[in-house]
Structures are given as C-alpha cells and as structure tokens.
Design a protein around this ligand. Structure first.
Ligand code: SF4
Length: 314
C-alpha cells in the first residue's frame, strides 16, 4: 500500500514537474487569486475590490458567509456601472428543487443545469455582472460524482465563458488526470459566476483578477448551490481558501481546513444526501508555490481513496 502511494506521488510529481518552473504572475494567472475581504455582518456587494496578493489564496479569513436574501432579477442587462449596488430583495428564493423534486436522470440534470446557466447568463444582480464580458456558469458531467469548485472566473474565463481554461485550468486538468479521471467526467465551476476585477473598468487587462468578496459570494451562491443540488455529487473538492470557507461555512484558514473531509454546507438548498467536501490549494496557488503540490496531491489521494479510483496506467 505504501509502495502504491509512493508510486502515485512520484507520478504526480513527474506529472506536474513541467509546471514547476512556471513563474505565474497575476497577469498570467487565469483564476482570481486573492481572498475575500471580510464583512462582519450582513453580506454586502459594496466592498472595495481587494488587490491581488500572492499569499492570499490561503490566508486566514474572517469571512462570515451567511446569506440573508436573494432576489430574482427580472431586469435586462444594463450599461456597465462598476459601482452599482445590489438592490434589496423583493422575494425569497424559491427556484431550487426540493430533495423530492431533484432531477434523477442525467438528461433531467442537464436540463436543470441548462436552465440555471440561462439564468446566470442573464443575471446582473451584483456589480460583477455589470463589468463581466461573459458569465461563467460551469461545465462538465451533469451526473458527476465529483465537483471541483473554485472562487471565481479570471481573465481567460471571462473572455470565453468557460471555467478553468487558463494556466491554472490546465494544471487542474492535469490534477484531474492524475486522479485517473477526465475533465468531462467531473463538473467544474466557481462560486462567483462573473469575473471579479481589481479595476472593473478594464476587463481587457491581465493581472486584473481578484477573489469575489463576501457580499458578492452571498448574492451569487444560490447558483452554485442549485448546481450542486442538480448534480447531486458525492464529493466536492474546494479549490482554495475562499471556496473552502464558503462551502464548509468555516472561517478557519485553508491550512486548517485541508487534509480532512468536511460536510458540505449549503444555505439555500436542501440536499438529498450529505456531500463530503475536501479543501485543497487553488491551482493558481500551486503554480505560484510549487512546494505545495505534494500537499495537494495528498489531498487528491484522499478523494481517490474515498471514490475507489485507481492509479491511471502509464
Ligand atoms: S456574479 Fe453572480 S450574482 Fe453577480 S451578476 Fe454574476 S451571476 Fe449574477
């Protein structure tokens, strides 16, 4: 067993070795890299964007990510106004299927995911929706047993409307492959569906990424929660501290959260069954800090063991 684990670790190191010399600057990083600033009370989307920091994916957080309201926005797209504030809700959230109504077949799940994606693409409920180029609902297997969830789209994702397609996304693909899976077998998404930018007036600038703040996450999280309910995975891997804290509902640092399974915590939907969630490093953080890859690999091996996944053949 130890030999097998050592062999897997060796495979993973070799697998990622080509990336270790990467100098991932914020401009090159395709996924937002800074953690949310920390409101202490009711979620707000009025916070000032936080600048990108190389250490922020995993910095201790004080987020209190509860949701107090959600509103179905019926208004058409508006002219980008970076400082536009989210309006008060007019109605409680009611779109989610109850456990009894949850889709069962892959076709039913895909239909519900398509509907959610349509809503996301039309959404302008927070300031991120005013400045994005494309919303990024997520993609993958509608009946996936495993979901990977990050914090928010970056430059490349904003331009193409797909999750994890930049350099960090390429590393995520390799991490998935090292687990013996294909990208098409899992579902990949972010908590925030639109690109959080340091300077929202310049979506064409690289290095303009930041993490969604707690208010933005609170407003947007109904979408990821509905996606999780639709897919009904057995496992979730949270990529980075922002996603981990939001989905585990714990303000501990990523370092304190990773290395063990937690129960997924959702605010707006009821799941058919408990979902295990494991936190690990965001691929962008791994590109900046290659020494963390061995810990990330140890995390992924825990998921593999739970799922009964075998080491891929060479
Ligand atoms: S980030 Fe979420 S809540 Fe904000 S506009 Fe985009 S989809 Fe809507």
């Amino acid at each position: 067993m130890k030999d097998s684990v050592r062999a897997l670790a060796a495979d993973f190191k070799a697998f990622l070795a080509s990336r270790e010399e990467d100098d991932l600057t914020p401009a090159a990083c395709s996924q937002a890299a800074a953690p949310a600033s920390a409101p202490q009370a009711e979620p707000s989307v009025q916070e000032t964007p936080q600048p990108l920091s190389s250490a922020t994916h995993d910095a201790p957080a004080q987020d209190h990510l509860t949701i107090s309201f959600l509103r179905q926005d019926k208004h058409p797209a508006q002219t980008p106004q970076p400082h536009m504030q989210t309006q008060e809700p007019s109605a409680p959230l009611s779109e989610q299927p109850s456990p009894q109504e949850a889709p069962v077949t892959p076709q039913q799940k895909q239909a519900l995911l398509d509907q959610i994606a349509q809503e996301i693409n039309a959404c302008r409920r927070c300031p991120l929706g005013q400045t994005r180029l494309h919303a990024v609902p997520g993609e993958g297997n509608p009946a996936a047993e495993l979901m990977f969830i990050g914090e928010g789209p970056g430059f490349d994702e904003d331009h193409q409307g797909r999750p994890f397609i930049g350099r960090a996304g390429q590393l995520l693909d390799k991490m998935i492959a090292a687990m013996g899976l294909k990208r098409e077998q899992v579902f990949i998404a972010n908590i925030a569906k639109c690109h959080p930018m340091v300077n929202p007036e310049n979506p064409e600038a690289r290095g303009n990424d930041r993490a969604p703040n707690a208010g933005e996450i609170a407003v947007c999280r109904k979408y990821i929660e509905r996606q999780i309910a639709a897919i009904s995975p057995k496992y979730v891997v949270a990529l980075g501290g922002v996603a981990a804290k939001a989905l585990i509902s714990d303000t501990k640092s990523l370092g304190a959260l990773r290395g063990k399974f937690h129960l997924l915590h959702l605010d707006t939907v009821e799941l058919k069954h408990p979902v295990k969630i494991l936190a690990t490093y965001h691929p962008a953080a791994l590109l900046r800090n290659p020494a963390w890859k061995k810990d990330a690999w140890a995390d992924l091996q825990m998921v593999m063991a739970e799922m009964g996944l075998k080491r891929p053949q060479a």
